[in-house]
Write a protein that binds this ligand. Sequence first.
Ligand SMILES: Cc1cc2nc3c(=O)[nH]c(=O)nc-3n(C[C@H](O)[C@H](O)[C@H](O)COP(=O)(O)OP(=O)(O)OC[C@H]3O[C@@H](n4cnc5c(N)ncnc54)[C@H](O)[C@@H]3O)c2cc1C
Length: 382
Amino acid sequence: MYFSLTQDQVNIQKAAREFSEGEFRELARELDKKEMFDDRLWKKAAELGFLGVFIEEKYEGMGMGYLDQCLIVEEFARVDLGIAHAIESTFFGTQLIQMVGSEEQKCKYLPPICNGKIRMGMAITEPDAGSDVSSVSTTAVLDNDEYVISGNKVFITNCSVADFLVVLCVTNPEHPKVHQRFSTIIVETNRPGYQAMPYHGKLSLRASNTGDVVLKNVRVPKENLLGKEGQGFYNIMEFFNRSRVQVAALGVGTAQGALDKAVSHVRKRQQFGKPLAQFQLVQGKIAEMATKTEAARSLCYRAASKLDSGTPDPGLSSMAKWYCAEVAVQVADEAIQLHGGYGILEEYGVAHYWRNAKVLEIFEGSKEVEKVIVAKKILGRF
Ligand SMILES: Cc1cc2nc3c(=O)[nH]c(=O)nc-3n(C[C@H](O)[C@H](O)[C@H](O)COP(=O)(O)OP(=O)(O)OC[C@H]3O[C@@H](n4cnc5c(N)ncnc54)[C@H](O)[C@@H]3O)c2cc1C
């Protein structure tokens, strides 16, 4: 199998690289330190057409594919995962709207997201429902023409900056099939009863907004139901099959960025009278880092291509998600090792890669949960 990018994809990659190199590098450390984001980057990304590239043209997206989006987020994460995530998360959930939303919902929400006018988020995780999504207990009770929503969500990206969240709720607690108890519902964050409390002092993704959400009798019109009632759990799983490949791309970019830093350092740093790059043990490390990064990239692109061919493969998406995340952590770790003591100084920028990489092994399905999915596919039920 010969695997190469089209000329359009090479152009997208180049444009994303120019944007991230030109705009992120200077700001990355400052935003990380101040635990804040600069919305101008989001607006510029929108102007350049980098948001929701896989959204159809009739909803003002680029009408391209998941692989195209992966190429962009990879280039962004190569420079800074914090900024990459903050930008990418503005359209985190559009995959689901595109898949199961009504025509009215697609027309209402997708164009302003592509144009950088509004941003969204996904609220699944709760204090007692992390890896086990089927333990979600936030309730949505139909009262005439409105859902009344109550519950607590934790670790919600964009909790205090999103215009709306897609919230996973229990709508039919008595259903004999546990997975059919849930629905996905759009909740605008300016509704009475919505409260967000962002975290401070995170290890990773400090430029990105994460926090707790309290929903206290929040009323939304029943038209805010996204997809069919009772299908929420399945919607979320289908969404993850797509979003996990984007996380894989963030991992590939992070690994490549850490590798670039290591290469530059070992060429310059002299010990025992010669550059570190001339020691074969150092060369071995560089070779392993590069090989793992390339293997991760191949897996990520293959999983993305499966999505683009209209035949999503949940096992492949999960393989790409855990493997690319683990490679990002391993490569960033070796990059610190090759920097010696300088590696732990923030000003050398490599510790930053390691801190950020760690979260990739945790969110949107921890690496253990991804392996459970892969193993289930291989072993079947027994
Ligand atoms: C920065 C950040 C942003 C996030 N953004 C969002 C968001 O926007 N929306 C959202 O809904 N959530 C979000 N999350 C939450 C994230 O998806 C969860 O943290 C993740 O799913 C893990 O859940 P948990 O933290 O409750 O860990 P737990 O589920 O308690 O897991 C703890 C450990 O136990 C392991 N474990 C659990 N079950 C098993 C098992 N069956 N077999 C083996 N090991 C197992 C896990 O792998 C993990 O290592 C975010 C998290 C972070 C850190």
